[in-house]
Design a protein around this ligand. Structure first.
Ligand code: NAD
Ligand code: UDP
Ligand code: UDP
Length: 343
């Protein structure tokens, strides 16, 4: 533990003032599980840019090599194809534990595997953190609040979760992952951090992962109708990925365990979101209503006062500014080749 603290004392991104002039801080060895996924790959970009060594551990269930390919050949980057449900031996300073499918379509695809990933996978990464004295950050989710009876949601709210529903593999899985994280913290003195992430969007999201922002953007680009589930009056709060990554890094480097809500408090109904997508991509895009999925939370909006106060963090990118950056990436991935052919 002391070894770790010494390293981080000089390695912390918040310790700028402590680093003597002319001396470089120690390069940290950082594992990012799920680093080939949407959020993970953006985090890896920032950590590599900062000068650290990054090991991505990913089984490519929903992640893609393309998301991290630009680091191939960099001696500070390593990619390991590995399933976190199996034990893993590494020597590292920090573990960002993101491995877990995040889209409802993906996590319901094999619910037992989702639970194993959340429980056994998190246990293994905590065991690793304990053995090498690494600091461990869990990416939990706003889904731990279930279909919330408190609005907006504060970290002190215990949630309203169905233990036997089709979403339970994910939300109960993450709740157990939080429990394990706190038990390793209390019982084995592992340094831990917990982030509760609210809906996040941006470049590199899987195009057909079924999440609402990726669906609407892909549909509008392909001139298909936007599929609004139910009456479309349910709400979500959408955070741009760069804001999330900044929050995760501040949390890791800071002094507080959490949990911390990381999300953008701007709240939209799905119909309002469809409107923003129309304005951004195609004012003539049609809307069709489809039956909603089971156990869909009615509303969701983070109270981020805790992160503001203790991490000095708040999101900077509004939906109307973030969406165009994602549209550009989706346009390229959907039409890339054809466009050049027809140009
Ligand atoms: P993603 O599906 O793009 O990334 C998850 C990554 O984990 C993928 O690369 C996948 O291949 C990998 N993975 C899955 N199971 C694995 C296993 N058993 N072993 C090794 N690798 C495995 O999802 P994302 O949006 O980048 O989400 C990252 C993390 O953030 C997840 O833990 C998710 O629960 C959490 N989160 C995301 C959001 C969001 O809106 N994006 C919201 C709340 C929480
Ligand atoms: N583990 C791992 N890598 C390590 C250390 C542990 O994958 O470097 C796994 C280990 O296989 C076990 C889990 O983490 O399944 C929990 O480890 P811990 O030492 O806390 O518990 P124990 O092995 O005593 O059950
Ligand atoms: N949704 C929708 N159309 C879609 C996909 C999702 O209206 O094509 C709705 C869904 O019913 C939910 C909200 O959008 O109310 C957010 O769904 P998503 O799967 O993106 O994330 P969740 O917050 O449910 O995990």
């Amino acid at each position: 533990r002391m070894i770790y603290q010494n390293r981080v004392g000089f390695g912390s991104i918040n310790s700028g003032g402590k680093i003597p002039l002319g001396l470089k801080r120690k390069v940290l060895r950082i594992v990012v599980t799920g680093g080939a996924g949407f959020v993970g790959s953006h985090l890896v970009d920032r950590l590599i840019a900062r000068g650290d060594s990054v090991i991505v551990v990913d089984n490519f269930f929903t992640g893609r090599k393309e998301n991290v390919m630009h680091h191939f050949g960099n001696p500070r980057f390593e990619l390991i194809r590995h399933d976190v449900v199996e034990p893993l031996l590494l020597e590292v300073d920090q573990i960002y534990h993101l491995a877990c499918p995040a889209s409802p379509v993906h996590y319901k695809h094999n619910p037992v595997k989702t639970i194993k990933t959340n429980v056994v996978g998190t246990l293994n990464m905590l065991g690793l953190a304990k053995r090498v004295g690494a600091r461990f950050l869990l990416t939990s989710t706003s889904e731990v609040y279930g279909d919330p009876l408190e609005h907006p949601q504060k970290e002190t709210y215990w949630g309203n979760v169905n233990p036997i529903g089709v979403r339970s593999c994910y939300d109960e899985g993450k709740r157990t992952a939080e429990t394990l994280t706190m038990d390793y913290h209390r019982g084995a003195e592992v340094e831990v951090r917990i982030a509760r992430i609210f809906n996040t969007y941006g470049p590199r999201m899987c195009i057909d992962d079924g999440r609402v922002v990726s669906n609407f953007v892909a549909q509008a680009l392909r001139k298909e109708p936007l599929t609004v589930y139910g009456d479309g009056k349910q709400t979500r709060s959408f955070q741009f990925v760069s804001d999330l990554v900044e929050g995760l890094m501040r949390l890791m480097e800071g002094e507080h365990v959490g949990p911390f809500n990381l999300g953008n408090p701007g709240e939209f109904t799905m119909l309002e979101l469809a409107k923003v997508v129309q304005e951004t991509i195609d004012p003539n895009a049609q809307i069709v209503h489809k039956p909603n999925t089971e156990d869909d939370p009615h509303k969701r909006k983070p109270d981020i006062s805790k992160a503001k106060e203790l991490l000095g963090w708040e999101p900077k990118v509004a939906l109307r500014n973030g969406l165009p950056m994602m549209v550009q990436d989706f346009r390229q991935r959907i039409f890339g080749d054809h466009k050049e052919e027809s140009a």
